[in-house]
Design a binder for this molecule. Structure first.
Ligand code: FNR
Length: 341
């Protein structure tokens, strides 16, 4: 049966993957309220499409941190992709480059920065958790820079891991044939965050990932971040935080137009991409759709996910009367807050 949307990969991946691995990818923290809300909050936003506009040519291209992309849809870091498919991060990197977009490699990847770079050209970001041992961070950053990575996504929502009950029940461990390749031979200390120090050791721009309040948005700007990713870690950290799409406008206001704001969490449709852009995002990232499609069909699966989202987003733009990303405005959507004050 033909796969016609991104969400369909999840059910097929569930049949294909061992339970421990599927649950690790799919689950959220505790009651999974935020996990559900990441989707439901998108569903509560409605459109105000404009008509009688010539939409015969739709331009979805954009420039992010100076890099020209085919569309404002990028790939979030997700750990341990070789559990989904033997090609793991290699397949994701190839699919992202072929689609003209960015892949963010997790620091908990099962392929190293050098291995991902060896797949060929592409614009890649490296995700970093900041450890107290700055020597570890320095080594990782230097290696990523040397391997041609273009930016750091500094994940700031994980001082400790969230409580994912499925992983506790399954006694989740990385399968013995796989390793966290970027950490081979490194000694890990505790977490610590310091954007200014990190910026002093690299010329790569730093995106702060995991901001959901205006206060932290302002702090990120003051500390010299090049951008913000509104993220609740795919609802895997603190349960009962709002959906990212609900927090987006507050974070955009906090950033005061000084740096671009991106979003991840629950993006499964081209309409979701449009809604995020209408509420002020410069682009979106996707997490689980990548691991599920990877599990089902490797590189071809990830390529198909990117293509389906791209096609749906293009159609949403056309049906809303928008020719380019600049045409997408706040007036193209209505949120709950608009309706009820
Ligand atoms: C993640 N995420 C994540 N984030 C990060 O900064 N470093 C990481 O290693 C991981 N690993 C990871 C594994 C898995 C299985 C998932 C589902 C998520 C969070 C990820 O980058 C992103 O924020 C969310 O996945 C986005 O939400 P969706 O698209 O999965 O709903």
């Amino acid at each position: 049966m033909e796969i016609t949307n991104v969400t369909e990969y999840q059910a097929i991946a569930k049949q294909k993957l061992p339970k421990m691995i599927y649950d690790y990818y799919a689950s959220g923290a505790e009651d999974e309220w935020t996990l559900q809300e990441n989707r439901e909050a998108f569903a509560r936003i409605l459109f105000r499409p404009r008509i009688l506009i010539d939409v015969s040519k739709i331009d979805m291209t954009t420039t992010i941190l100076g890099f020209k992309l085919s569309m404002p849809i990028m790939i979030s870091p997700t750990a341990m992709q070789k559990m989904a498919h033997p090609d793991g991060e290699y397949a994701t990197a190839r699919a992202a480059s072929a689609a003209g977009t960015i892949m963010t490699l997790s620091s908990w990847a099962t392929s190293s920065v050098e291995e991902v770079a060896s797949t060929g050209p592409g614009i890649r970001f490296f995700q970093l958790y900041v450890y107290k041992d700055r020597k570890v961070v320095e080594q990782l950053v230097r290696r990523a820079e040397k391997a041609g990575f273009k930016a750091i996504a500094l994940t700031v929502d994980t001082p400790r891991l969230g409580r994912r009950e499925a992983d506790i029940k399954n006694r989740f461990v990385l399968p013995p044939n796989l390793t966290l390749k970027n950490f081979e031979g490194l000694d890990l200390g505790k977490m610590d965050q310091d954007v200014k120090w990190l910026q002093s050791i690299t010329t790569m721009p730093i995106l702060v990932k995991g901001v959901i309040t205006a206060e932290d948005s302002r702090l990120a700007v003051e500390n010299g971040a090049a951008g913000i990713i509104v993220s609740n870690h795919g609802a895997r950290q603190l349960d009962y935080v709002p959906a990212t799409i609900s927090a987006l406008e507050e974070v955009v206001k906090g950033a005061g137009g000084q740096i671009p704001v991106f979003l991840d969490g629950g993006v499964r449709r081209g309409t979701d991409v449009f809604k995020a852009l209408a509420l002020g995002a410069a682009g979106v990232f996707i997490g689980r759709p990548v691991v599920f499609s990877l599990a089902v069909a490797g590189e071809a699966g990830v390529s198909n996910v990117l293509k389906m989202l791209r096609d749906e987003f293009e159609l949403t733009m056309a049906l809303s009367g928008c020719n380019s990303l600049a045409d997408i405005t706040r007036n193209h959507v209505v949120t709950e807050a608009d309706k009820f004050g």
